[in-house]
Design a protein around this ligand. Sequence first.
Ligand code: ZN
Length: 431
Amino acid sequence: MEEALRRAVAARRAETIGRAGALIRVPTLNPPGDRYREICELIAGWLEPMGFDCAFIRAEGTPGDGARHPRWNLLARREGTGAGPCVHFNGHVDVVEVGRGWTRDPFGGELVDGRIYGRGACDMKGGIAAAITAVAAFLAVRPDAPGAIEISATADEETGGYGGVAYLAERGVFARVDHVIIPEPLNKERICLGHRGVWWAELETLGRIAHGSMPFLGDCAIRHMGAVLAEMEESLYPALAARRTAMPVVPEPARASTLNVNSIHGGQAEPEPGFDGLPSPVVADSCRMMIDRRFLAEEELGAVKAEFRAAVERARARRPFDYRLRDVLEVRPSMTDRDGPVARALAEGIRAVLGREPDYVVSPGSYDQKHIDRIGRLRDCVAYGPGRLDLAHQPDEYVEVEDMLESALVMALALGRLLGPGDEVGGARRG
Ligand SMILES: [Zn+2]
């Protein structure tokens, strides 16, 4: 089957480039979550002629869903010719903001020197195009394969996945699925087994408002936050940096615990754009900080929270203040077995296509695998796809055509192994 699949993928080069470009040209920015229906229809238009039944599912009532920005998802399923497992490819269609520093049209999908440029090229419209090529090539060679193939195109991964994979998982979509491949841009020689845990929290330090000319009559919440930051630098950051996980997280510095200060807002609100008046003199009675703590399989979420709270308490011992600490998001670390069926099937594909052993990695950030694992209760899920992780969310993001085709062949071979041997068309018969 290998040779036939190789030819079938190679024959779909132009088609793959065309699809990746077409996906990039739909600017599915999130936030706010634009044009999800349009991109789902575009993908369905490719899958229906291949025999897929396409369902459009709106994640009603999830964060951001509404008349202006409905959270549409596509769930496409193609039944095989007999009983067998179901292999599901999941790709998120949303992309993050463009940002500054581009030298290419971020929504042009231009092909230059074997690279396709645009926001989402690698994260992860190139991966969606590659997965569709894998499935198309596989079906051309094995139209009568047993089992079922599913492809989902989902919303909101960049903002937590609640209007996307989580919504589908809550509705039991993964109950009839056996294996999941998420073609996130992890590099074509890497199989991503899972991700670190996440705790987002908002700390608010409280003070007392007063006239800014007499700050001694008030109590400045921003200075209290400064004390918390100083304490974090002194005790918390060194402790986190010293911790190391046995999870194969890449890049290497992410094998430690990390904490990002995502934002700080203290005192007066930012003026409306265009307002050029002066601020009024007041002492800040509130300062809010959003933290993004990534934790390791070896750490307990409860201990992670307690450790941060202890740092706040140490700052308070130096200068008394009141505070509130609010949980915003919690995700437990997730890691599937590298000897599980989907990882093994992809590993064999990587050996056949790239002539090397795969690298097994864990992602520093979480992605939709968390919902498939925790809500969908399906463990046999990995991320595998084209594109370089370090280009994600960057200016001049691109995906290499060669990477898309090679990873498509790896995925097509993996499909063959997961769905079992069978007859192929147009080549030597095999039992
Ligand atoms: Zn992604």
